[in-house]
Design a protein around this ligand. Structure first.
Ligand code: MN
Length: 496
């Protein structure tokens, strides 16, 4: 999604009406008038009237068909922080739901510290906001995306700081929430400020690879439409997308910078009404063009760990050109592009809060109070909660969500600290494995417990990956030391 140029409130209303014809849009207009009035006389560093900023963020969310109530809160998001108007005034005018979103954003805004402390403080606040109300994060991302598009008006050190924070904290959180579209936007906008040379290099590589190909791709898209039509498949959309720069940068780094090995610099997306249509469309493509070996991926029957679903195939298209196709239904598409935010797309039956998806955020709030105090903790935290996740199962079929690289020990502590402290081994898919064996997505894990076990051993710290497990192990080792010391004291001290 692009940031709208010269945004107006009238265009915003029209945009929302298109996807929410029956919604009450007075609240959006009132929020605009209220915010414009409050910010009157304030200007952005770019010289524009301040209201352009919340209005742009609101447009960005309307482009993603977000619920109008969230858009109203977005228009108001900087009012309490930057003007005389208070949160109480907002509550009086707009009710407690909108006021509580604005309060969430305002809490995120005030940072007392500098440097590393500021970084940690910020992360901590975002985790809390996320656990309390994920809508606040949706607004915060739109706010940040617009700020990133106007970074050139700030002094270079500040530019760098904001871009780095977006790349290191905001983007991974957006990713964790499945908001691929916002993640991509945050990354690409920050990329040029954090790694300017690499940004230029990657941009050149992509531009060279795609130069002069527009017409060719257009023809392939057209042909695809015609062939699907012949088979009575009515695609909702067939369109091309070029790979985002930061994601191309990461992929090239993994592939030793060999652009020839990156097949999805440009891909064609096909959105169809049903899952049956997805497979039918795949068959039609393969009948038309020869697929490359090993490049057919069925993420519908086997979704990626983050839930991503689609069919992928890479074919030798007309004139032998290699083209990747991604086939999915509309709901798979929404989930892939907007993640948690997809649950806040407008629907006339009222949006619903996706409880399950943010359980990990609540968990994080619980433990971050004790441990998030220095930079090394921050790094560990990022490993725990922002890395790619795997999903494994208990023998009863309950899903446990762990970071990639986690072991049976992490699994055991995730279930309960007692299970962790007394675990003696594990059965993974019915096979006995050592405790340091890394788990894979889809594994069924059963922990073998020894009630007589004294507690964890020191060397578990070499392979325990999650903070929960490491914290329990360390605490328990300390306790064991204390017990041993008491015993020793009892033994050596003279009896009374
Ligand atoms: Mn703002």
């Amino acid at each position: 999604m692009e940031i709208t140029k010269n945004p107006t409130i009238e265009d915003l209303i029209v945009k929302i009406k298109n996807y929410a014809p029956r919604a009450d849009l007075d609240v959006v207009r009132l929020a605009y008038d209220f915010a414009e009035n409050a910010h009157d006389g304030q200007f952005r560093k770019s010289g524009e009237p301040y209201i352009i900023h919340p209005l742009s963020a609101a447009h960005y969310l309307a482009d993603s068909k977000i619920d109008p109530t969230i858009i109203a809160a977005t228009l108001l998001h900087d009012v309490p922080e930057d003007t005389e108007v208070t949160l109480e005034d907002i509550e009086k005018n707009f009710g407690s739901d909108i006021a509580s979103m604005v309060r969430g954003i305002t809490k995120l805004g005030k940072l007392k510290y500098r440097g590393v402390e500021r970084y940690i403080e910020n992360l901590r606040k975002m985790f809390i906001a996320m656990a309390e109300d994920v809508r606040v994060m949706i607004i915060k991302f739109a706010d940040r995306i617009h700020n990133l598009t106007t970074l050139e008006h700030l002094p270079p050190p500040k530019r760098y700081r904001i871009a780095l924070e977006s790349l290191e904290i905001y983007a991974p959180i957006a990713n964790r929430l499945g908001m691929d579209d916002m993640k991509g936007e945050l990354e690409d906008l920050s990329f040029q400020y954090v790694y300017p040379k690499e940004y230029q290099r990657i941009k050149t590589i992509r531009d060279e690879k795609l130069a002069g190909k527009e017409q060719y791709f257009q023809q392939v898209i057209e042909k695809t439409r015609v062939e699907l039509g012949k088979a009575s498949i009515k695609p909702l959309a067939v369109y091309g997308r070029s790979k985002r720069l930061y994601s191309l940068f990461q992929k090239l780094t993994r592939k030793n910078n060999e652009i020839a090995k990156v097949y999805d610099t440009f891909a064609i997306r096909i959105l169809v009404p049903s899952i049956a249509d997805c497979y039918a469309a795949l068959g039609i493509l393969h009948n038309l063009w020869k697929p490359l070996k090993g490049r057919i991926k069925d993420y519908i029957s086997q979704p990626k760990p983050n839930g991503y679903q689609s069919l992928h195939t890479t074919v030798f298209s007309d004139e032998g050109e290699i083209v990747e196709f991604q086939i999915r239904t509309q709901s798979m598409h929404d989930e892939a592009e907007y993640g948690v935010a997809a649950h806040w797309h407008y629907d006339e039956y009222g949006a619903r809060l996706p409880k399950r998806e943010i359980k990990w955020a609540q968990e994080l709030v619980e433990i971050q109070k004790d441990i998030l105090n220095k930079l090394s903790d921050l790094e560990a935290m990022k490993v725990d909660f922002l890395q790619t996740r795997i999903f494994v199962f208990t023998p009863k079929g309950d899903v446990i969500d762990l970071p990639e690289g986690a072991t049976s020990v992490d699994f055991a502590y995730h279930i309960h600290s007692d299970i962790g402290n007394h675990c003696n081994g594990a059965l993974v898919n019915d096979k006995m494995v050592s405790l340091d064996t890394q788990l894979n997505n889809g594994d069924v894990v059963e922990i073998i417990v020894d009630k007589n076990r004294k507690g964890p051993s020191q060397d578990w710290l070499q392979f325990a990956k999650t903070h929960t497990a490491r914290l329990h192990i360390k605490n328990n080792l300390k306790d064991q030391e204390k017990i041993a010391l008491t015993r020793w004291l009892k033994a050596v001290l003279p009896k009374k």
